[in-house]
Ligand binder design. Structure first.
Ligand SMILES: O=c1ccn([C@@H]2O[C@H](COP(=O)(O)O)[C@@H](O)[C@H]2O)c(=O)[nH]1
Length: 276
């Protein structure tokens, strides 16, 4: 999916919501444990319930890999299900990969060839040769970690060099030598408030993947005030607040209601910015 198609989907659905599929066997409703593949059964119900309100899904690989082969199968089935039934949904594999070049090339093959997923989160720490193997796939996106949502983001990402440039700023600036706004996005946490202004000075046109509303308490309103572009430029993720809105047999309806609420707030933001 290219940038223009993503923007068209945002306008059509009046939403820039990404539902995070952080599916934990210990948190899903008990009745699903009778199913042959409880993780997939949960995901399928969540996807069917929330698809009208979002434009993307983000399965986080940690939740699947923690279950070994069964988890990987559930992950593959989930990706297949979205692609077959909701082909307009952008799929993000949140795997935070990145290694020496030949190893990154194998990760790229896994996610972009074997699974044909739209995008992958990548850690920038190992530099150019660890990121560029992911960029050789036409129509696929690298989503590079820039300024993350967690407290530990201060430990390295905000440190300054002698010229006063902070590490996350260097990541944004340097990575533009390897890619552009048609094949690279950046992760910026919703908890980072006004820092979005600094980010937009360096990457005024790139899409940002923004986790951290909902369970982590980030403000959607602030993200939009400081981070929205004339083409929206935002994909805002919420995982736990949506998928675990209710733990009873009513879980899918509750996820639908929660996703609907966020979509409504997003529609208001898009209207205020005259995007829709
Ligand atoms: O800076 C980051 C980068 C990634 N994440 C991931 O996003 C979701 C957030 O889940 P919530 O339940 O909505 O808090 C999760 O998969 C994280 O690993 C992030 O939170 N912050």
């Amino acid at each position: 999916m290219n940038k223009q198609e993503l923007f068209e989907n945002i306008k059509r659905k009046q939403s820039f919501l990404c539902v995070g599929l952080d599916t934990d066997i210990k948190k899903i409703p008990g009745h699903l444990l009778k199913e042959e593949d409880p993780i997939f059964a949960f995901n399928k119900a969540i996807i069917d319930a929330t698809a009208p309100y979002c434009i993307a899904y983000k399965p986080n690989l940690a939740f699947y890999e923690s279950m070994g082969v069964k988890g990987w199968i559930a992950f593959e089935k989930t990706v297949e299900y979205i692609k077959k039934n909701y082909p307009d949904q952008f799929i993000i594999a949140d795997a935070k990969r990145g290694d020496i070049g030949n190893t990154s090339a194998m990760y790229a093959r896994t996610f972009f060839e074997e699974l044909d997923i739209d995008s992958l989160t990548v850690a920038p720490y190992m530099g150019e040769d660890s990121v560029t193997p992911f960029l050789s796939y036409e129509g696929k996106w690298v989503i590079l970690l820039a300024l993350t949502s967690n407290k530990g983001s201060h430990d390295f990402q905000l440190t300054e060099d002698k010229e006063g440039e902070r590490l996350f700023e260097k990541v944004l600036r340097k990575s533009q030598e390897w890619a552009n706004d048609q094949n690279m996005m950046y992760v910026v946490g919703a908890t980072q408030g006004r820092m979005f202004e600094d980010i937009r000075r360096i990457v005024p046109n790139h899409f940002l993947l923004v986790p951290g509303i909902g369970a982590q308490g980030g403000s959607l309103e602030e993200v939009c005030r400081y981070g929205m572009t004339p083409e929206c430029g935002l994909i805002v993720n919420s995982s736990r607040a949506i998928i675990y809105a209710d733990k009873s047999e009513n879980f899918a309806q509750a996820a639908k209601d929660e996703a609907g609420k966020v979509q409504k707030q997003m529609a208001e933001q898009l209207k205020a910015a005259r995007i829709v």
